[in-house]
Design a protein around this ligand. Structure first.
Ligand SMILES: [Mg+2]
Length: 377
């Protein structure tokens, strides 16, 4: 089953409203949609939307690398998945975005050939076990001040969410703590709340923050200090005030091994789109589990295609899984496919084979930001 055609379409997805984190304000998401087609006409989809703040390749590098990797795959048998991914890893070690698109498209086709969802295919291939049909997700609560936080949290409550995440670190700790308390006071006592500092705090501020957050009651704090400061993360973790989650510190398998070895986190935030794809993300999750760490699977504010890919991984992972960060589609003004709806705080695994989500031609036309590259064997 040879790969005979690849198409790379650039797109630009505007956000409904700017997303403010500790180090940037995101207004649009630029990326590329990859289609791979095999001999019998079956296709697989992948997405590359490099995210600033994670040391990923630039948009330009991403396109060049995607074209190079796609040319490399033309004429190759899609069923040689591991060999193909190994080769792509060697060809483009510094382009995890492009690799994750290729990885997703190859998984999509292989699962379709087996008549299975990517989740079932992953679970059957690597760790026989049940696949989740419902994946609990967290709400990303927006709001710059207490009033906005309360308003946003009420909307999220009405949508059935039971886990809420608030971005902090963009203002003073005192201001953020007011926002955190406003959220805690709006949601119910059994609901979980997590905060994400995106690496903004110094160790000293993080220590004070964790002391207060421990009293308020949060599930975990994501990336309290800079991504490279594993020593500080390890010290904060050692104090056991609030569980520490690593996000920006985790860009791939090598980072995961380092975080585990340095005991720098209680929990790993696994983004397949950042890690280089589903295979790498699966391996990271397995290493974390072996070391007694929990994982949360999240999107990286990407289109419905990459969200579906991450959702398939979350559905396939064995063991307990805290609410995942996959309810991000509502933040986008436009998308490449109809977004999966959040029902009672969960996403349902789509019924279809492969990723279960296919880009919509009319939507893609509206989102395309330039001509597609067509590559043929
Ligand atoms: Mg984060």
């Amino acid at each position: 089953m040879k790969i005979r055609h690849g198409r790379i379409t650039p797109f630009c997805l505007p956000l409904r409203r700017p997303l403010v984190t500790a180090h940037e304000t995101l207004r649009v998401r630029d990326g590329f949609l990859l289609l791979l087609e095999v001999d019998d006409g079956r296709v697989g989809w992948g997405e590359a939307s490099p995210l600033a703040g994670f040391g990923m390749e630039s948009t330009e590098e991403c396109r060049t690398t995607l074209e190079r990797l796609t040319r490399h795959l033309l004429g190759r048998d899609v069923r040689e998945l591991d060999a193909l991914l190994d080769e792509c890893g060697a060809l483009a070690p510094a382009a995890p975005g492009a690799r994750s698109a290729v990885d997703s498209a190859l998984h999509d086709i292989n699962a379709r050939l087996a008549g299975a969802s990517v989740a079932s295919w992953l679970a059957a291939r690597q760790s026989p076990g049940r696949v989740r049909q419902r994946i609990q997700v967290n709400a990303l609560v927006s709001g710059m001040d207490e009033c906005e936080v309360v308003e946003a949290a009420r909307r999220d409550l009405a949508n059935g969410f039971e886990t809420f995440k608030l971005k902090v670190g963009g203002a003073s700790l005192a201001h953020d703590l007011k926002r955190v308390l406003a959220l805690r006071g709006t949601i119910e006592s059994h609901h979980r709340m997590r905060v994400d500092a995106n690496g903004a705090w110094s160790e000293e501020v993080a220590t004070r923050a964790l002391e207060r957050l421990a009293q308020i009651g949060v599930e975990y704090v994501e990336q309290p200090v800079a991504a490279t400061n594993l020593s500080a993360m390890a010290r904060l973790r050692e104090r056991a005030l609030v569980p520490i989650a690593a996000d920006e510190s985790l860009r791939g398998e090598a980072d995961a091994a380092r975080l585990i070895e340095r005991r720098a986190a209680d929990l790993l935030v696994v983004k397949p789109a950042v890690a280089g794809g589903l295979r790498a993300a699966w391996r990271i999750a397995a290493a974390a589990r072996d070391a007694g760490l929990e994982v949360v699977v999240t999107s990286s504010l990407d289109s419905a295609v990459a969200v579906a890919s991450a959702l398939q991984l979350a559905a396939a992972l064995p063991g307990p899984l805290p609410a995942c960060g996959l309810a991000t589609s509502a933040l986008l003004e436009r998308d490449l496919a109809s977004a999966l709806p959040v029902q009672d705080g969960s996403l349902l695994l789509p019924n279809g084979p492969g990723l279960g989500v296919v880009p919509d031609a009319a939507l893609l036309e509206k989102c395309a930001s330039g001509p597609a590259s067509e590559l043929h064997a």
